[in-house]
Design a protein around this ligand. Sequence first.
Ligand code: KG4
Ligand code: ZN
Length: 350
Amino acid sequence: MLVLGIETSCDETAVAVVEGPPGTGPAAMQPVGRILSNTIYSQLTEHRRFGGVVPEIAARAHLERIDGLIEQAMVEAGVGLADLDGIAATGGPGLIGGVMVGVMTGKALAFAHEKPFLAINHLEGHALSVRLTEPVAFPYLLLLVSGGHCQLLTVRGPGDFTRLGTTIDDAAGECFDKTAKLLGLGFPGGPAVEKAAVGGDPRRFALPRPMWRKPGCDFSFSGLKTAVRQTAEKLDPNDATAVADLCASFQRTVGDVFVDRCTNALALAPMPTLVVAGGVAANAYLRGRLEEVAAAHGAQLVAPPVRLCTDNGAMIAWAGVERLRLGRIDGLDFRPRPRWPLDPSTAHRL
Ligand code: KG4
Ligand code: ZN
């Protein structure tokens, strides 16, 4: 089963071809997939001088790159469009101009080559990505932490999620990006903060841990963001030790919050596997902390490889494989969605 995946919901134009296991139907434990190609154009240079992603610039850049990337992905995979079993594109949530570029391109290819079209929820792409490379069975507990989202969910299968908690203000990735910006470490902030924290003293600065020891699984990061800003303003930006100490202290604080929230989630919904996915899952320190909390509850932490944590086309193609196996195909009348919660029962909430 060969599926093309197109991702254009934020600032990465990404296209991949993934081969899924043969057969159809839900498989609780199933063999993993194979990535035949995974091309990506990161719009870093377009957005860097603005210190964040500019939606109009992103949409235009997706449009300029998408055809070339699809061609490159097909060539690298060594297959033709006629060989595909389905075409998957991110249908939301995300910056709507970019999502429209991906969806329209996917639909056009599906129509012209008479292939099934699969509209993928970007968050489902992150949520299922671990099964592309690891034989993880449903159900599992998922900590989904990216630039725009911070949620704890139970995952029972494609389209079958229960949200246990979410952030009531900012996402964890956003907080990493803001911290990096304040300290002049560049954009995107996550990898920069992780690098700067190496060798830093994680106990030097006592920062607030929002929601810590409160019941439930919701998150909050705005208070932490403010405390980092106030601390950073007092520091000499040229004092490399102070910057390293603040980054390490910040990272430890986020780790404490993750551990506390996951402890509540594992008590509420005990599962054998804790999965962490999304861009922030690339952070080695945080993975270590999550390994500890999983082990303390008799569970195992499983994470996708680092290159599949941040946005990519392979996770969209893989979600397409999972959906195609269940016959869940979308019509060419699918409308791109700027908002699209994984758990529809929470649509009216944050
Ligand atoms: O999943 P993703 O690529 O895009 C969204 O769907 O949002 O996540 C991007 C986020 C950014 O905020 C970035 O700073 C963060 O993931 N990130 C990291 C690391 N690598 C990326 N955060 C912490 N440590 C990292 N190593
Ligand atoms: Zn993402």
